[in-house]
Design a protein around this ligand. Sequence first.
Ligand code: PBG
Ligand code: ZN
Length: 324
Amino acid sequence: MSQLFPTTRLRRLRRNESLRGLFQETEFSLNDLVLPIFVEEGIDDFVPITSMPGVMRIPEKKLASEIERYARAGIKSVMTFGVSHHLDAEGSDTWNEQGLVARMARICKDTVPEMVVMSDTCFCEYTSHGHCGVLHGDAVDNDATLRNLGRQAVIAAQAGADFISPSAAMDGQVQAIRSALDAAGFLDTSIMAYSTKFASALYGPFREAGGTALKGDRKAYQMNPMNRREAVRESLLDEQEGADALMVKPAGAYLDIIRDIREASRLPLAAYQVSGEYAMIKFGAQAGAVDEHRVVRESLGAIKRAGADIILTYFAMDIARDGI
Ligand code: PBG
Ligand code: ZN
């Protein structure tokens, strides 16, 4: 018998909601989502981020009550970004035991121990020049930055962070962090590398959110968005260096890369729906051009379908509030 039309009619399985649900191939839930948060020291009130409607900088003194609120809503994991008032040339606040990186991890874990805390591990929010490491002339000194990444990782682990998530895009950063953690006895602290991180224009709103001082760009250390083979190579190198999970960032415009890495590695894979992706959906919806509720779910579902296990998204609390 023919497997073609008119015998075969794919619409039979699409006739109603129950059938569509039964045959749906991809789902996501709150178990898959990580909420990135911005925590500012030395302020009293929430600061709205105008380029990311609905997202605010959290005053450090309100972090504990926010974490409780997220946990009550069903959020399982956060990624912490600090907005520092203690900038210097190297970002040394990040490896101070009493610095913002350590305090954020401590507050989160002390308040809700079961919340999985991922500590963004970089320097750009703590350096006076806004680059992701130590400057040597105009360039970021890769190997000097590795030493500081190791220091920061140990401080964050000591403060209770479950995951060290290096976003500095330095060569060898996972190896450097793994050996620093192991040498300090943090054998069980995981590393989720930002393993394939593109030099993307979609980070625009994050610069306002994080308040970085950067003039110029990060093209000398982050990846060229046009390179697919190199993107796989970046993540596979991090796997060999000892990463526990990999990441593609941004997510929505890089679904092919997510699929490539999914097929090249057996490690868990995360994807970061970044600030610009969030802003485009929010402003598009505010202008009446698209339906926010549906676009959010379609975009997250597509990222999972491409092969991501975990999604970092600023929409996580919206999903927690309104359901899938
Ligand atoms: C900095 C960092 C950036 C993001 C996460 N960590 C910005 C950048 O690399 O310039 C982007 C996150 C977002 O846009 O949501 N290391
Ligand atoms: Zn950085």
